[in-house]
Design a protein around this ligand. Structure first.
Ligand code: ATP
Length: 319
């Protein structure tokens, strides 16, 4: 951590995820859906450089006091300054104001723990937007961690996950990272064994998909097939890449493929070019394939590149 004259600069990597399996169980009365899915971080990441200056803390900003809203005389007498947030990014289409999840995360931490200052963020966005790779949620998670570190709040991970859930169902997973079973609305997490060594080919068609719109068009009752999530977890536990690949399934394809038929073509191109299996990630439209050798993945990437179906192609690894 760099520290000079009440100014701190710290850089974070925010990793993308794919869903090795994704099931949507039912629509809940609150409008959310209950899901059961296996999440896996992959080595594609945004970089976030946070600089905080003029850092101010309420007289006692320890996690315990802020979390329990302790109303000491000292705290009451403390005049709350504003948190100044400036976000710059290499993607002009992204909002940099209060609509950005990084902004929301910094503001939430500032309000919750009574910490203030000027926070500027340089976001180098590499994760495609509206792609089903949790790009916004992972930036949000990185911002929660950054404020926790830079302002020395020392909130435990579980507490950040509880706060993060308010900003998005995928944020708790992005805070936890690696590989996990996600249940509930995606926020009830159980750590799982990591994906065995393999190469992951990620291909994003040109369109973007709104997660809310895809969920809105899901008809859970009409689903004819559900992924074998327990079989997938067993494959992970026994480090059996072939079993894991054979259990890959995403029920959201029933909605997204109708809107973007290229998804099916990309899946087929991957499977015909050496992938053990290929499915869509999240609400799409990104497709990923699992390969047991990197040369095969590179060859498939070259082939798909020629088809002109994609704006982004990555050959990467699980994290
Ligand atoms: P998920 O897999 O969680 O559904 P996604 O990849 O489909 O996510 P995102 O890239 O996270 O979708 O972005 C969805 C929306 O969130 C976009 O409309 C975007 O404008 C908004 N957004 C806000 N902050 C960010 C951010 N830091 N990065 C990306 N998108 C952001």
């Amino acid at each position: 951590m760099k520290e000079y004259m009440n100014s701190i600069t710290k850089t974070y990597k925010a990793y993308a995820k794919v869903n090795l399996a994704l099931d949507v169980l039912r629509k809940r009365p609150d409008g959310y859906h209950d899901v059961k899915m296996v999440m896996q971080n992959i080595d594609i990441f945004d970089e976030l450089e946070f600089t905080a200056t003029d850092i101010k803390k309420a007289p006692d900003n320890s996690y315990e006091n802020a979390a329990h809203g302790e109303n000491t005389e000292e705290n009451a007498a403390y005049e709350k300054p504003c948190c100044n947030i400036i976000i710059e990014t290499n993607k002009p289409e992204l909002p940099t104001d209060e609509r950005n999840l990084i902004y929301k995360a910094i503001k939430l931490m500032s309000d919750e723990y009574n910490v203030y200052g000027n926070v500027s963020v340089k976001l180098t966005k590499n994760i495609p937007i509206e792609a089903g790779m949790a790009g916004g949620s992972t930036d949000c998670a990185a911002a929660l961690k950054a404020v926790n570190d830079i302002f020395e709040i020392n909130a435990p991970l579980e507490e950040l996950m509880r706060l993060g859930k308010r900003l998005g169902a995928d944020v708790p997973f992005c805070l936890l990272g690696k590989t996990a079973l996600a249940e509930g609305i995606g926020d009830i997490l159980t750590e799982a064994e990591g994906l065995p060594d393999c190469t992951v080919l990620v291909v994003k068609p040109p369109v973007g998909m709104s997660t809310g719109m895809i969920y809105g068009n899901m008809n859970c009752e009409a689903l004819k097939s559900h992924p074998d999530i327990d079989g997938m977890l067993e494959g992970l536990r026994t480090h059996d890449l072939n079993t894991v690949a054979s259990k890959m399934e995403n029920v959201m394809e029933t909605v997204t493929v109708k809107l973007c038929p290229d998804i099916e073509d990309i899946k087929n191109a991957m499977k015909e070019n050496g992938a053990l299996n290929a499915i869509m990630s999240g609400s799409g439209p990104t497709v990923f394939g699992i390969f047991d050798a990197s040369e095969k993945a590179w060859a498939a990437a070259d082939y798909i590149g020629e088809l002109d179906l994609a704006t982004d192609i990555f050959v990467t690894k699980p994290v």
